[in-house]
Write a protein of this length. Structure first.
Length: 473
């Protein structure tokens, strides 16, 4: 491991500009870290080493020739393998797309490359992204750099593991039910789920369309909030390929504007219990922001349980209706982890046209009521999940004398997919086993800048980021 691997991307760019480090050296140290750690972590499913080295050499020449440099010039990043990167596999973890190579870059990848970022490769996902544990029949399971017997989460688990372990300076995940935020929480890094349409989802598979466009997004993942901000600034902006896109201008609030935001926090949703260390993390986050001068009050918004149930109707019931016909009975191409999801969904009645329309209308009415509550509390603070990173294969947990089932453990992120809020996760503390615990900061739609500003204040107060133990072996 080189110390360069764990520098923030913002620092990497600055040192490249000041000629203290070269892009060639930076890419080399990351490729060396991948060579050392990827056999045990299984985060990357395809490397583009030759092209990365070539791009690094070109980036180095641009520095030496005094050419204009982008905000990520020479920084090595990774991309979730459900997002198109020209010349690399875009398989989304399923044998149904085995060997499929993207013929063009997704719009967000074009923006990142134009900003000077160097794509090292693409990272692992569960099959068709439908799990909070990253495992599939194509490439196998991804392991956490905190504990190889535990998952870095899903579906952006490969991305989270790569960034946490210093194999990538940052990158891109996607999130339809916590798939950026839960892996960030499990892996001790930061992640942002933006408002649908703020960052274009074009080039992602499965396609974000119909009711899924309301809940599914792509977004940045990194080790620091400052790096999330850089990635967000580069990727954001409308694109004709995203049906939710809107021409929302960037607007970073002043310090005074941020301090005027009232923050409401809740330690649990009243239904799904959380571990004591998770509760303590939320309490610590609330106290940290209060000590930083923010007005922070206990507040549990109404409508959380209705949001959970409606999310289930979209993501689980409707999602299974689309996926199940792709497989035959006993299909050997169906991974066990996706079969579990489809079996769970099979216990629910399938949608009729009327039931889907009814769920859609209920969602919009609930969203109106929920956002009315956020007029008083523009920022919410809450858990990212009920538990820290779990052991591979676990599907239920005993918390406070109650069994918490698999889908329920992530309800704290699912709420905000259903409602369309932007939300970020920042590491705040660690469990008795040394596992990271992140806390979620939620804002109103199209107000990612406020979310990131509060996230930065929380990060500064808590200073909880650490290098995972397995990344320094």
């Amino acid at each position: 491991m080189s110390n360069l691997n764990f520098l923030p991307a913002a620092v990497m760019v600055q040192q490249i500009r000041e000629k203290k480090v070269s892009p060639v050296e930076l890419v080399a140290t990351h490729l060396a870290q991948i060579e050392k750690l990827n056999p045990s972590l299984n985060a990357f499913v395809q490397l583009d080493a030759d092209r990365a080295r070539q791009s690094a050499a070109e980036a180095e020449r641009a520095v030496m020739q005094g050419k204009p440099l982008g905000p990520l010039h020479g920084v090595p990043i990774s991309i979730k393998s459900s997002i198109s990167v020209a010349g690399l596999r875009c398989e989304s973890g399923t044998r149904l797309r085995a060997g499929l190579v993207a013929d063009q870059d997704a719009p967000l990848v074009i923006r990142l490359k134009n900003a000077g970022a160097i794509v090292l490769g693409v990272t692992n996902t569960p099959e068709l992204l439908m799990a909070w544990e990253t495992d599939n029949l194509l490439y196998g399971r991804t392991n956490s750099p905190w504990d190889l017997e535990r998952t870095p989460g899903g579906s952006s688990g490969g991305e989270a593991a790569a960034i946490a372990a210093g194999m990538s300076a940052g990158g891109v995940g996607s999130d339809g039910g916590g798939s950026i935020r839960v892996p960030a929480h499990f892996s001790g890094i930061c992640g942002l789920k933006p408002t649908p349409g703020r960052i274009p989802s074009a080039g992602h598979f499965p396609v974000s369309a119909g009711p899924f466009a309301l809940i599914g997004v792509v977004g940045p993942m990194a080790r620091t909030v400052a790096d999330l901000k850089i990635l967000f600034e580069i990727m954001q902006g409308p694109d004709v390929g995203d049906i939710c896109a809107a021409p929302v201008p960037m607007r970073w609030p002043s310090a005074g504007e941020i301090k005027s935001l009232k923050i409401g926090y809740f330690e649990d949703d009243g239904r799904t219990p959380i571990t004591p260390e998770t509760r303590a993390a939320v309490h610590r986050a609330a106290e940290a922001l209060r000590s930083a001068g923010f007005q922070v009050e206990a507040f549990r918004p109404q409508g959380l349980e209705e949001a959970r149930q409606l999310w289930h109707k979209f993501f689980v019931v409707a999602g299974a209706m689309l996926l199940r016909p792709m497989f035959t009975e006993g299909d050997v191409d169906l991974s066990p982890i996706l079969k579990q999801f489809l079996d769970e969904a099979a216990a629910q009645p399938v949608h009729t046209g009327r039931s889907l329309l009814d769920a859609w209308i209920q969602r919009d009415l609930l969203r109106t009521r929920f956002l009315a509550q956020m007029q008083q509390y523009p920022i919410l603070l809450c858990p990212a999940a009920a538990i820290p990173a779990f052991r591979h294969g676990e599907r239920s947990w005993q918390i406070e004398g109650k069994t918490v089932d698999y889908l329920d453990a992530w309800s704290y992120t699912e709420f905000f997919n259903l409602l369309g809020n932007p939300a970020a996760v920042v590491p705040v503390s660690h469990s008795p086993e040394g596992l990271p615990i992140g806390v979620q900061i939620v804002g109103r739609p199209w107000e990612e800048e406020q979310v990131l500003a509060i996230a930065a204040a929380l990060e500064k107060r808590c200073s909880a980021w650490k290098i995972p133990p397995l990344a320094v072996l």
